[in-house]
Design a protein around this ligand. Structure first.
Ligand code: MN
Length: 306
């Protein structure tokens, strides 16, 4: 069965898990940069479901290693519900964050969907950071540094069990690309979990093409491909509008190649775009680059091909 070429835009205007305020303005910046028009230009039908509603950011210090845990749970519960609804409607959920803690809600919904449909799941985590901190090793308590750990079952139960008993993700389903800033203790956890990481050193030595060839190896028509795109993946030269810039990320061309190679698989079935922070941006330039790259990610008529 061919799925309809339908995309649900889901805005999640919050910076509840971040270390800086401003990612809450991300969804609107993406709309202003023309995300809707760009997707329609690729022949897709776009349904903007509007913005989710959740608690505002109380800007408190961490409690037992977590900042804003009750609020993070509320936002992720809302994201989980909206992403599940989109998948049930045979649409491709495109989460407009918001900070990266929201990937707990979106990916737990995607994983649950894949279990129900007996589909394989491959997750591409495009990011400068591994996002594998836990409450015991986190230097800040910011939960946007913890989503991968939570999805692997290492975190508070209200987050790890969204979508069913933890863990939501199996160890071999994720590929991290663009990583260049990992805390010391976090590095130990990433190794222990056995994550496959294509860091910037790998991309320097072998190129984006080889990284993507390996990251996309083993997919078949029955694979659900999820991309979690943290905008800080990109080099700050082209994407200054994020809270946590790290020098030495993929260039515009490398990022384009990454997106095009994903599009070529024809398997993209869900997407997060997170950590865009208009408070740090220059005339919405980063949102425009993100829209440009997403256009490539949805290369013509490849949507959810099975
Ligand atoms: Mn991230």
């Amino acid at each position: 069965m061919n799925a309809p070429n339908l995309v649900h835009l889901i805005g999640a205007p919050t910076d509840i898990g971040a270390g800086d305020r401003g990612a809450s303005m991300g969804p609107e910046a993406m709309r202003v940069a023309g995300i809707d028009r760009a997707l329609r230009g690729q022949g897709l039908t776009v349904h903007d479901t509007g913005n989710l509603v959740g608690p505002h950011n109380p800007w408190q210090p961490p409690v037992a290693g977590y900042r804003h845990l009750p609020e993070v749970i509320a936002w992720n519960t809302a994201v989980h519900r909206a992403v599940s609804e989109a998948l049930r409607a045979d649409a491709l959920p495109l989460l407009l964050g918001g900070d990266h803690c929201l990937a707990i809600g979106s990916l737990s919904a995607v994983a649950q969907h894949c279990r129900a449909k007996s589909r394989k799941l491959r997750v591409l985590w495009l990011d400068a950071h591994a996002d594998f901190n836990t409450h015991t090793v986190t230097p800040t308590g910011n939960i946007h540094g913890m989503p991968v750990a939570c999805l692997y079952g290492n975190g508070p139960q209200a987050l790890t069990a969204l979508g069913g008993p933890a863990p939501q993700l199996q160890a071999d389903c994720i590929r991290q690309i663009g990583i260049r800033s990992v805390d010391a203790e976090e590095k130990r956890l990433v190794h222990a979990a056995g994550l496959e990481v294509f860091d910037m050193r790998f991309i320097d030595e072998y190129g984006m093409r080889e990284a993507m060839n390996q990251a996309l190896a083993g997919l078949d028509a029955d694979t659900h491909l999820h991309v979690s795109f943290d905008v800080d993946f990109l080099d700050p030269d082209i994407a200054p509008g994020v809270g946590t810039t790290v020098r030495g990320g993929p260039t515009y061309r490398e990022a384009q190649l990454c997106m095009e190679m994903i599009a070529d698989t024809g398997l993209l079935a869900s997407l997060d775009v997170v950590e865009l922070n208009p408070a740090f941006d220059v005339r919405n330039r980063t949102a425009e680059v993100a829209v440009d790259l997403i256009e490539s990610l949805f290369g013509k008529s490849t949507l959810m091909r099975r």
